[in-house]
Design a binder for this molecule. Structure first.
Ligand SMILES: [Fe+2]
Length: 188
């Protein structure tokens, strides 16, 4: 089993789930279950590459998979130095940790808006994700989160998005000023 075979098998199963359930709550939970299996596969663990800095919110990684429908799989790393900005990607997603632990925050938008400008958000959950854990990033506008490597170590993950978030604008939230600003990937 190679990494490519593991990715192909994962994507095939994800497409089957989406065909049966769509990106419903039940469908996304099933995909999270499949992600939890994916991040425990030997070929996936052996595919690990060390990288510096945060990828996913900062500079971009080349997706392991992307297609015309937007379905996109990326590898992500979060260092222990600081929490990422509170942000969203404009898509549902499923996060799976394969190495290190992730101090993972779920935020919720309260003002009914979807875009930049005035935005009120509150922290609703913080948990430590362990290797083998997978969580659902709900559909916009509630796909809001922040992450940090936990315990002084970076965390390495895979994230599956329903849309190609490598090109979609993101929102960065500032709870103190109740604002969100739009950021195009690859820029700060
Ligand atoms: Fe993110």
């Amino acid at each position: 089993m190679t990494m490519q075979m593991a990715v192909d098998g994962f994507i095939a199963d994800v497409k089957q789930i989406l065909a049966e359930e769509g990106a419903s709550d039940a469908g996304l939970e099933r995909i999270a279950g499949r992600m939890a299996a994916f991040v425990r596969e030997d070929a996936v663990l052996q595919s690990h590459v060390e990288v510096d800095g945060n990828i996913h919110t900062g500079r971009q990684s080349t997706p392991l998979y992307t297609d015309g429908d937007g379905l996109t799989l990326v590898r992500a790393r979060f260092g222990p130095e600081a929490m990422t900005p509170i942000h969203s990607h404009g898509s549902w997603g499923v996060i799976g940790v394969y190495q290190g632990r992730d101090q993972y925050q779920v935020w919720r938008r309260l003002d009914g808006g979807e875009g930049d400008g005035h935005a009120e958000v509150e922290l609703i959950e913080e948990r430590i994700l362990e290797p083998g854990d997978a969580v659902v990033l709900p559909a916009p506008p509630q796909d809001i989160h922040a992450q940090q490597g936990y315990g002084g170590e970076p965390t390495y993950e895979f994230v599956l998005f329903g849309a190609n978030t490598m090109v979609l604008p993101r929102l960065y939230f500032d709870p103190a000023s109740s604002t969100a600003r739009e950021v195009t990937p690859g820029m700060r």
